[in-house]
Write a protein that binds this ligand. Structure first.
Ligand code: 5GP
Length: 184
């Protein structure tokens, strides 16, 4: 893959504040763009088709898998999530720094395929704080919250596979730290 732009794997547990940090990064730095993933999960009220995700059926997603249309994909809490390959390749060729906001299994796939990528793992200040944030956003039912918290605990054991670990105790500080990493 062309490497005019940088490919950044960006992972963190559900509820850790990845999305908020990402918004700040995108506002602060026009050389950085976020790859839009495809998913089979149900849209949340704040989701915008083609902006937060491409929402597809399981059948559509599986067709994309068979057409080798993904750079990586994974199953997470009973849904598929994947990074469409072409747009990422195009942005990298254009010299854009592309961030992939993806979970651990996908992150590890990218690190294997693209060893030159930069990988950043976002940690919550504590597990208690993570649970408070996940419950506070009120978008998931109890079963999903418990499933996401358990997945988060497993995901955090993979943090040492990433090049950098950033603790989100302050959104602006975390965004600045990541921008520094991208441009180092
Ligand atoms: P959510 O349902 O909260 O939007 O996302 C659930 C998890 O899936 C998050 O950890 C998010 O980073 C991850 N995710 C989003 N898009 C992708 C993708 O394209 N590939 C993979 N592997 N994970 C993704």
């Amino acid at each position: 893959m062309s490497s005019k732009g940088k490919l950044i794997v960006y992972t963190g547990a559900s509820g850790v504040g990845k999305g908020t940090i990402m918004k700040e990064i995108l506002q602060k730095d026009p050389t950085v763009k976020l790859s839009v993933s495809a998913t089979t999960r149900t849209p949340r009220p704040e989701d915008i088709e083609g902006v937060t995700y491409f929402f597809v059926t399981k059948e559509e997603f599986e067709n994309m898998i068979s057409q080798n249309a993904f750079l990586e994909y994974a199953e997470y809490c009973n849904n598929y999530y994947g990074t469409p390959k072409k747009p990422v390749e195009k942005m990298l060729e254009e010299g854009i720094n592309v961030m992939l906001e993806i979970e651990v299994q996908g992150g590890l796939q990218i690190m294997e395929k693209c060893p030159d990528c930069t990988s950043v793992f976002i940690m919550p200040p504590s597990e208690e704080e993570l649970e408070r944030r996940l419950r506070g956003r009120g978008t998931e039912d109890e079963e999903t919250i418990i499933q996401r918290l358990n997945t988060a605990k497993t995901e955090m054991t993979f943090a040492d596979k990433y090049n950098y670990v950033v603790v989100n105790d302050d959104v602006s500080k975390a965004a600045d730290e990541i921008l520094k990493i991208i441009h180092s």
